[in-house]
Ligand binder design. Structure first.
Ligand code: PBG
Length: 329
């Protein structure tokens, strides 16, 4: 049986016949350098705190984070993205730009520990730092106040760059945030610090477990006025173009797996690096199914990462970064 009269008919099958042939002809490759690990560092704890909905993920102490960063460098991944959880929250998120704020302390340590081996990204948002849990300042009426928030983002960007962040990654989805951050960085002499914009970030149900990890759940309302609406795809391209016009050096789509069409369209449309964030709920879903024996964990994990790369993302932010990197070596 050779698949019929046409000699080309069995071509796919012939090229799949051994693992070495499959490896040789694989169109998408995944390597440790493509992966970025999101990490959480919490102020005022003595031991790492496990996140219940994300088995294997913890809120780090500064010391446990340093150890994790060394392991990440050892595994050869591309970088880390840091989220800080302060002990004190207030309406303006003061701890985000305090020089002794937890994320800035951690950035300074990691920059000297592993700064030559890993790209250190700072997630820039206020939701982990505000007592109301929104990504920006809120008016007395409880509405997120776009423009005054930009001044806060500018101050946070400068603080993070000064603390050692190689890349500033604004995730708050305020209009004009990239321009405000670029201007502030340039004004502070940080002209070489790139901005990776969370350009197409959807108001997603898949952020659930993250809100436990980052302790940033909104205390009222939700984020659907500033994050994108899941049915919309053209709007993602508009958001991306806008962020590039404002000076973004690279763009991100988030979440990843439910939005592969958006990843593919963005990757086709732009000529800057494209990242995709495989978010907490995507992680939890596979972990939960694997724990029940319903999917083969390693196979499912690598398949999701490959799919995200295949769609066109050059970089994947994933909680499996270090483990997957070890598998890929
Ligand atoms: C903060 C932020 C969120 C995530 C990354 N940055 C949460 C949110 O927007 O509610 C989610 C990441 C994840 O779920 O893994 N703005």
């Amino acid at each position: 049986m050779n698949g019929g009269a046409s000699p080309g008919f069995a071509r796919g099958r012939r090229l799949r016949s051994t693992p070495a042939l499959r490896r040789l002809t694989a169109q998408t490759r995944l390597s440790p350098a493509d992966l970025v690990l999101p990490v959480f560092v919490k102020e005022g704890i003595d031991e790492p705190v496990p996140i219940s909905a994300m088995p294997g993920v913890v809120q780090h102490t500064t010391e446990s984070l340093r150890k994790a960063a060394h392991e990440a460098a050892e595994a050869g991944i591309g970088g880390l993205i840091l989220f800080g959880i302060p002990s004190e929250k207030d309406p303006v998120g003061s701890q985000a730009d305090a020089a002794d704020g937890i994320v800035n302390v951690a950035l300074r340590q990691l920059r000297s520990d592993v700064g030559d081996d890993l790209v250190l990204m700072a997630d820039l948002c206020l939701c982990e730092y505000t007592d109301h849990g929104h990504c920006g300042l809120v008016t007395p009426a409880g509405v997120v106040d776009n423009d005054p928030t930009l001044d806060r983002y500018a101050a946070v960007a400068v603080a993070q760059a000064r603390a050692g962040a190689h890349v500033i990654a604004p995730s708050g989805m305020m209009d004009g945030q990239v321009a405000a951050i670029r201007r502030a960085l340039d004004g502070d002499g940080c002209t070489e610090t790139p901005v990776l914009a969370y350009a197409a970030k959807y108001a997603s149900g898949f952020y659930g477990p993250f809100r436990e990890a980052a302790e940033g759940a909104p205390q009222f309302g939700d984020r659907s006025t500033y994050q994108m609406d899941p049915p919309n795809a053209d709007e993602a391209l508009r958001e991306v173009r806008q962020d590039l016009a404002e000076g973004a050096d690279a763009v991100m789509v988030k979440p990843a797996l439910p939005y592969l069409d958006v990843v593919a369209r963005v990757a086709d449309a732009v000529d800057v690096p494209v990242s995709a964030y495989q978010v907490s709920g995507e992680y939890a879903m596979v972990e939960a199914a694997a724990a029940r024996g319903w999917v083969d964990r390693r196979r499912a994990v690598l398949e999701t990462l490959t799919a995200i790369r295949r769609a066109g993302a050059g970089t994947v932010l994933t909680y499996w970064a270090v483990e997957a990197a070890r598998w890929l070596r």
